[in-house]
Design a protein around this ligand. Structure first.
Ligand SMILES: NC(=O)c1ccc[n+]([C@@H]2O[C@H](COP(=O)([O-])OP(=O)(O)OC[C@H]3O[C@@H](n4cnc5c(N)ncnc54)[C@H](OP(=O)(O)O)[C@@H]3O)[C@@H](O)[C@H]2O)c1
Length: 307
């Protein structure tokens, strides 16, 4: 099977031949991949800094959408031809940048007909991250004020949309080109993070008290974000930069984990048109190296490989 991946940790992304998928075990399914997401986190997998299972030579990729092509003998809930999406970590065979993927059936969510393959393929990691930030890292409650720093990122936009659906009052930071999108997601106040005093603007917008909770999606931005959180509030960061706790603020560093039920719920919101999420640049599998470089450059939009 021809995939896009690495021959060794730290090596470049390239097209390579790996063995065809092995026989399915118990509760596994085989998926014919239609689209697979590409995020800057894939560079951590490439260098061996994020262990998602699997050893090189291997296909990269930790999210995909596709059609179930075969089911193991212990699979009850899924059938051949079902359309699904998944964050199938730990990988049980190859990564998702491949024509065929073996995944645990317990990690699948159903792809609604009105969600495109490209959207579905690039949705799982960011959607799960956003759900886990709000419901686990922050335990956000209706009526609370939430600041999302880096709401111009795809993940930040999802955090804004989902927080608004949970009844929060959302303030956000974004650059000028993302401002309208972040407002469309439901943020009541959007300040430009390029202003070195943006936290003062957030404090002013909350009558000097600061927000109940904050989510940081901007690389290296958690410590600055903390200044806008009120005493005893909560901060969750997804960029592995948790600052020292101060003033009784609870700090969480959220790393995405697979959860089929959460993915199913988020996908339903996507299908209902209630989330700000757009797939961005799309590449063929043979150009996975260019796709990863594009994602690492952070030009915006969820990058996807189409198969
Ligand atoms: N912990 C986890 O499990 C997890 C999961 C998913 C993602 N992540 C991480 O979360 C971050 C966002 O990921 P993503 O894929 O959603 O990003 P993305 O969509 O690729 O983000 C690109 C956008 O970031 C914004 N940006 C760039 N520099 C910024 C800064 N200094 N402050 C605020 N915004 C800035 C820009 O928008 P504007 O300038 O137009 O606003 C740009 O369009 C990444 O670091 C990623 O690795 C972590």
């Amino acid at each position: 099977m021809r995939v896009a991946g690495i021959e060794e940790f730290g090596g470049p992304v390239k097209a390579l031949e790996v063995p065809d998928p092995r026989a399915l075990r118990g509760t596994e399914v085989l998926i014919a991949v239609k689209a697979a997401g590409v995020g800057n986190w894939e560079d951590l997998v490439r260098t061996g800094d994020w262990d998602v299972g699997g050893t090189p030579p291997m296909a990269l990729g930790v999210e995909a959408a596709g059609v179930v092509a075969a089911v193991g003998e212990g699979v009850e809930d899924w059938s051949v031809d079902d359309e699904v999406l998944t964050h199938p970590v730990p990988l049980v065979d190859q990564g998702t940048w491949a024509p065929s993927l073996i995944a645990e059936s317990g990690l699948l969510a159903r792809k609604p007909a009105d969600v495109s393959w490209t959207s579905a393929g690039a949705f799982p990691v960011r959607a799960l991250t956003a759900m886990q930030v709000l419901d686990e890292g922050l335990s956000l409650k209706p009526g609370e004020t939430l600041l999302v720093n880096g709401a111009g990122t795809v993940t930040g936009g999802l955090i804004v949309s989902l927080a608004v659906l949970r009844g929060a009052h959302v303030l956000a930071t974004a650059g000028p080109s993302s401002r309208e999108r972040v407002k469309r997601a439901g943020a009541a106040t959007v300040v430009d993070y390029h202003d070195p005093n943006w936290t003062a603007q957030v404090l002013e917008a909350t009558a000097g008290r600061g927000v109940n909770a904050a989510a940081n999606a901007a690389p290296g931005g958690a410590a600055t974000t903390l200044a806008a959180v009120r005493d005893g509030g909560r901060l969750a960061t997804i960029t592995v930069d948790p600052p020292e706790a101060e003033r009784g603020v609870e700090i969480a560093s959220v790393i995405v984990r697979p959860d089929a039920a959460q993915l199913e719920l988020a996908t339903q919101e996507l299908a209902a048109g209630r989330l700000e999420f757009e797939s961005g640049a799309s590449f063929p599998l043979a150009e996975a190296d260019a796709a990863l470089a594009y994602a690492v450059a952070g030009r915006g939009g969820a990058v996807v490989l189409e198969l």
